[in-house]
Every structure is written in structure tokens, then in C-alpha cells.
Ligand binder design. Structure first.
Ligand code: AMP
Ligand code: MG
Length: 341
């Protein structure tokens, strides 16, 4: 059953989803400054706070249910806001249930294996959310734009034939395998405009505390902007599948990128809808027996079950409030994208 809240989230992210089988031209099909009906930053920030709250709740349930795992794949150009997105979206979740891995230039040990090897080793376990900050998609992005990276991978000649088509297929197969085994693959591409990247690079140069984030290599990569746009478009066209679709999130506004990415992740968890395990009747009986034993051990003058007493008091206070004039808190969900500009 899809509840109303889930339906609103689904409607909100639908505009970002790359339809499996469609041919994407990034510049033509996706606008980096689109706001999907969220007019003001303030509104977006409030919605993100609600998303973070939902994520916290669902992550606790995911961990308790302990059969599904979730992998969030984050791809973007430099300065599109991957780090900030991770920091904000995951701000409420229990660190014990989350792992983040940032993929850099591969080591010689990694280059000595098949290209998916290093990614396979960093996958989340059941009950966990794993985040890939850059991912196996670098293998059809930076490696494609700079083919000398492919030379370093020491592929036999036969394996280099139609290598990009092959990799798309292999990635799709691998993600399908993971999905079939209970690991949901959630893919977010943060879509930044060339002008906004220029401004963010300048900011990193102008602010001394941000200098460390800037490398002259980033400007060199920027010169290959068109090649990257092509590689991203190709990647989106070939690897958005029914089991692991891509979401292209407008990233020219940081607050929107965070809200969009958060909504995509929340949607995946709502789909899985994990539940706290329920105990059966016999287990419940045993728990009540334990309760009676512990209650009998109460020191003189102490309540037999102080926790239960507190709970009762809280319930009574809540019921008084309801009888008065305080309304239940309204749940905030993204607005219907079709009704606002
Ligand atoms: P950053 O994310 O800014 O710390 O930079 C990481 C660097 O590693 C980027 O320049 C990526 O292009 C590079 N990188 C990540 N994965 C690969 C890969 N599979 N092959 C080559 N370079 C990579
Ligand atoms: Mg960098």
C-alpha cells in the first residue's frame, strides 16, 4: 500500500527520474536550476528537515528488520555539492547504520582486479545504508574521458572491444544481481551548470578556508566540460533501468540538491517499508514473565515499573492536550510539482 505521504514524495521526484530506455541529452533534457514547485529556499530547507526526520525513522526500521540494504550512488561534476549533500541528508541518522566511501584514483592493487572489484568490497551490509561518493560509474566517466586510465587497467585485447557498451551492460547486470538479492541501488546525479561551477570554483579560491577544496586539476577537467556532458548523457541513457533508475537532481542551488537527493533516498526506503520485528505470542508471554520478575525486585518505596509509570503519565498529558485546543503536528511533504511553477 502506498500511503499519501509516499505518493507525494513519488510525485515530487518523478520529474528527475530518467525513464529506462530513453535517450538523454543532459543539456536539453534537464535544467540545473529547476525548482520543481519549491519557490523559496526557506520552504526547501523546512522540507529537507522533514525528509531528514523521515530518513532517521526509516533507517532505524531498516536496521531492525535487517534483511534489505540500500546503496546510494552519488555522481556529479566537481563542486556540484556531493559532500554537502551527504552531510545534510544524513545528518539525522545513526552513524552505526551508515557507511560512506569516497572513491579516488584506483591503487595498483585495485587496478590488478576486474573493474567492479573495489566497489563490490565497499557495499553496505543488510540493514545498512551505504553511500558511494563517486562510484563504479567513474569507470564510464573519467575513464572514458581520459582513456589512459583504461590503459592502466591492463585489460586483455578481447575485453577492450566495445568496452563502454560492455561496461554499461555489466554495471546493469551487477546492479540487477544486487537488487535481486535485497540490496536496493539508488542513483543520484547532481546536475550543475557550467556557470555555477565557475562561480563555486572562484569562491573556493577567494575564501582561504576553502582553498584546500580547490585543485588546479579541477580547472583542467573543466576544459573537458563537453566531453563529460556527453559521457554523463551516455551513462544516463544506458544505465537507467527499471531496477535501478537514475535521478538527475538540479544542483545549481545547494539547498535544492540536498532536498532532491534526500527525497530520492526517502522514496527508496518508503518503497522497502521496513518494519520493527514483532514478537509472537509465546515470546510476548516470556517477556511478561521477565517483567513480573523484575517488578518483584523493586527496592522498598520504588515503583515496580518506573518506565511504565512515566509512559502512562505522558499518555495522560497527551490526551489532555487533545481534549484542549492543541492540534496534531502537521506532516510537511513536498508540494505537488504539477500545481506550482
Ligand atoms: P575528489 O573526489 O575530488 O577527492 O577526487 C577524486 C579523484 O579521483 C577525481 O579526480 C576522480 O576523477 C578520480 N577517480 C575516481 N575514480 C576513478 C577511476 N575509477 N579512475 C580514475 N580516476 C578516478
Ligand atoms: Mg576534487
Amino acid at each position: 500500500m502506498t500511503d499519501k505521504r509516499h505518493k507525494r514524495v513519488m510525485e515530487f521526484i518523478e520529474a528527475f527520474r530518467v525513464k529506462p530506455g530513453s535517450k538523454v541529452t543532459l543539456a536539453k533534457d534537464f535544467d540545473p536550476s529547476f525548482k520543481a514547485g519549491v519557490k523559496k529556499k526557506k520552504e526547501g530547507v523546512a522540507l529537507l528537515a522533514e525528509g531528514v526526520r523521515l530518513l532517521t525513522e526509516y533507517q532505524a526500521r531498516l536496521a531492525a528488520q535487517d534483511d534489505y540494504g540500500v546503496l546510494l550512488v552519488l555522481q556529479a561534476l566537481d563542486a556540484a555539492g556531493k559532500d554537502g549533500t551527504i552531510r545534510h541528508v544524513m545528518s539525522g541518522v545513526n552513524p552505526q547504520g551508515v557507511s560512506v566511501h569516497s572513491f579516488k584514483v584506483p591503487s595498483s592493487e585495485e587496478l590488478d582486479h576486474d573493474f567492479l572489484w573495489r566497489y563490490q568490497r565497499r557495499l553496505p551490509g543488510r540493514g545498512e545504508i551505504g553511500i558511494f561518493n563517486r562510484s563504479h560509474y567513474e569507470e564510464v566517466l573519467v575513464v572514458r574521458v581520459h582513456p589512459e586510465n583504461l590503459d592502466r587497467q591492463k585489460l586483455p585485447t578481447a575485453a577492450r572491444k566495445d568496452v563502454w557498451q560492455r561496461r554499461y551492460r555489466q554495471i546493469n547486470d551487477w546492479e540487477r544481481y544486487l537488487t535481486d538479492n535485497g540490496f536496493r541501488v539508488v542513483k543520484v546525479f547532481l546536475n550543475l551548470s557550467k556557470e555555477e561551477q565557475r562561480i563555486r570554483f572562484l569562491r573556493r579560491v577567494d575564501l582561504p578556508d576553502h582553498n584546500w577544496k580547490f585543485s588546479t586539476a579541477d580547472v583542467k577537467e573543466r576544459e573537458r566540460w563537453d566531453d563529460y556532458q556527453k559521457a554523463f548523457s551516455n551513462m544516463l541513457s544506458h544505465t537507467s533501468t527499471e531496477w535501478a533508475p537514475w535521478y538527475v537532481i538540479p544542483a545549481d542551488r545547494k539547498w535544492f540538491a540536498r532536498l532532491g537527493a534526500g527525497a530520492v533516498l526517502v522514496n527508496a526506503l518508503m518503497d522497502l517499508n521496513p518494519q520493527f520485528p514483532k514478537v509472537d505470542k509465546a515470546q510476548r508471554e516470556r517477556l511478561l514473565e521477565v517483567k513480573r520478575t523484575l517488578e518483584a525486585q523493586a527496592p522498598e518505596g520504588a515503583a515496580p515499573d518506573p518506565f511504565e509509570e512515566k509512559q502512562r503519565a505522558a499518555e495522560a498529558a497527551a490526551s489532555d492536550g487533545r481534549n484542549g485546543h492543541s492540534a496534531d503536528a502537521q506532516v510537511v511533504v513536498p508540494p505537488d510539482a504539477s500545481t506550482t511553477e
